[in-house]
Write a new protein. Sequence first.
Length: 91
Amino acid sequence: MKIAVVGGGSPYTPELIGKLAEEQDEMPVSEVCLTDIDAGRFEVMLGFCGRYGARLGLAAKLTGTADRRRALDGADFVVTQIRVGGNRARV
């Protein structure tokens, strides 16, 4: 099963990775693909979540791409973690 995460640069992404690792026996995921429009946050989160997932024993392959269409291709589920306007809009 492939899960695509739109807004994968979000600080909530590690929580998702942690839960997927915790539940992997009941919900086998083969790939988690992160995508985000913020290249800087995306690269940081992809690296961090790769290391975090490995530490937790996540069997799923963690991938990432800036191309949303590629991220969504073949996805069984799509998780969105977006905030229109970013943190500035939140304030």
